[in-house]
Design a binder for this molecule. Structure first.
Ligand SMILES: [Zn+2]
Length: 221
């Protein structure tokens, strides 16, 4: 008996979450079981389980959560499920979230530094900078609220002494943002070894942001 379309969709989404988590590690932006991946579903979201290696994670191991934080699955959800829930609540434009402890972004975050407009591609996160949220203990509601604030008008933020969050309309797009943010963090870190890079002006970044918006519009035609 074939499954109804919404179930087929959820199965496909579970497979895509596993593939995204594995791709995150293969791309070198995450190591081991740190980090997590989620995607929005009706009434809640699907999220990677806690402490299960991604290579050993099957689609059925992905945990379903509702908006109240009730979990359905044979494993516990990622300990960071609260910031996934709060981001989906606050940002109806997001349907997928990738969280990593990527080495270069986390290095900057350990210095409480975000990424300023040292390179025009910073605009990929939606604004003139990529903020670093202040530190709060992992898994807490406090961290969830700080992450939502740092993501205001942005698709990515760093988390002080912790890692990075990237979000977008699809899993592929969220992963692409995470990879780009890590690339920018590496370039910024390298530049800082030589000196303090000069920054692009707010006016120039506005031009870049408008060009990016036009590019996205063109691509969606
Ligand atoms: Zn984390």
């Amino acid at each position: 008996m074939s499954r109804p379309p919404e179930m087929r969709d959820e199965c496909a989404l579970r497979e895509a979450i596993v593939a995204t988590a594995r791709a995150m590690n293969a791309a070198g932006i995450n190591r081991g079981t740190s980090g997590n991946v989620s995607a929005r579903i009706d009434g809640g979201f699907l999220i990677t389980p806690s402490a299960v290696p991604y290579d050993a994670t099957a689609a059925n191991d992905i945990v379903a959560m509702n908006e109240d934080g009730d979990a359905r699955g044979r494993f516990a959800p990622s300990s960071e499920w609260r910031f996934h829930r709060e981001i989906y609540r606050a940002r109806p434009d997001f349907h997928a979230i990738v969280h990593t402890h990527s080495p270069f972004a986390t290095t900057l975050a350990c210095l409480d530094r975000g990424i300023p407009a040292f390179h025009y591609m910073v605009a990929i996160a939606g604004g003139t900078d990529i903020r670093c949220a202040p530190y709060a203990t992992f898994g807490t509601q406090e961290l969830a609220q700080l992450a939502v604030a740092a993501l205001a008008d942005r698709k990515a933020c760093l988390l002080a002494h912790h890692g990075m969050i990237a979000a977008d309309t699809t899993l592929d797009a969220a992963l692409a943002v995470a990879i780009e943010v890590e690339t920018l963090a590496e370039m910024y870190w390298r530049a800082l070894q030589i000196g303090e890079p000069s920054l692009l002006s707010a006016e120039e970044m506005e031009i870049v942001l408008k060009k990016f918006a036009g590019y996205r519009k063109h691509r969606s035609c």
